[in-house]
Write a protein that binds this ligand. Structure first.
Ligand SMILES: O=C(O)C(=O)[C@H](O)CO
Ligand SMILES: [Mg+2]
Length: 251
């Protein structure tokens, strides 16, 4: 297992570009940034290269969702916009040599939202740059009220319908615990679909070990499954991010 740091959440006290050096100093070789679109891609690339870091994941489509839309891949009225904006994400992903692109569904429910999400994912998967895997991540309804992709069974259903080798499941222990009450059981049930793992505790998305998720059992499940991918800390770290990194030694 390979630890990574989500720089949208970790080191919140530092300006964005300074977080890369902090992550490298803490021993990370890989990082995630949810929405890098406020800056030209080459600025983020420069920060990665200068600190010997690989950027493994970004979200799509732009713009930055802070205070705005939480994606729109499942929103029928936005289908045309999705097809334009996802290509901007692809350009960022290519420049930044990103491995995973989380395609955010946006708000909605029902059969039309499901079909729109599936159609958009198929369309995007078929034109995605080589080496890039698109991901679908269930986000819990307490954190994201009204968000379409809010359940692992729904994610499995969508992935079955999409049926593309470059589209997979993004598992997040915080969301899994909030959605199903047992993050370890969720991992075990959906492990064959999971291509990327993020860690946070529940119910407050705090650092691993400060809430209700059984992390020793989760790491045992990851090992049992032979999971070889990245395990990324995506949580609200508390006063000092460096004090929240004990989980990296579990992996
Ligand atoms: O909220 C999360 O857990 C995520 O990973 C998403 O990418 C939200 O941006
Ligand atoms: Mg997540």
């Amino acid at each position: 297992m390979k630890p990574a740091a989500n720089l949208t959440l970790l080191w919140p006290e530092l300006p964005y570009l300074d977080r890369f050096a902090a992550a490298a100093k803490a021993g990370f070789t890989a990082v995630e940034v949810l929405f890098p679109y406020d800056l030209a891609a080459k600025e983020t690339l420069r920060a990665c290269v200068a600190n010997g870091l690989q950027l493994i994941l970004i979200n799509a489509p732009p713009p930055n969702y802070t205070g705005g839309a939480q994606g729109f891949a499942a929103v029928p009225e936005q289908a045309a916009r999705f097809r334009v904006d996802i290509q901007r994400s692809f350009r960022y992903a290519t420049t930044l040599k990103v491995r995973y692109l989380h395609v955010m569904a946006g708000n909605g429910q029902g059969a039309l939202a499901r079909q729109t999400f599936i159609d958009n994912l198929i369309w995007a998967a078929d034109i995605a740059p080589k080496g890039l895997t698109l991901t679908v991540e269930p986000l819990n309804p307490v954190a994201m009220p009204g968000y379409f992709m809010n359940d692992y069974a729904l994610a499995a259903d969508v992935l079955r319908a999409v049926n593309r080798p470059n589209v997979g499941l993004q598992y997040d222990s915080y969301h899994a615990q909030m959605i199903d009450g047992d993050a370890v059981a969720v991992f075990d049930q959906y492990k064959d679909l999971i291509v990327h793992v993020q860690l946070g505790d529940a119910p407050d998305r705090s650092a691993p070990g400060t809430g209700t998720v059984d992390f020793p059992a989760l790491f045992a499940a990851l090992r049992r499954a032979g999971y070889r991918g990245w395990v990324s800390g995506e949580y609200v770290p508390g006063p000092r991010t460096e004090d929240s990194l004990g989980w990296t030694t579990l992996s």
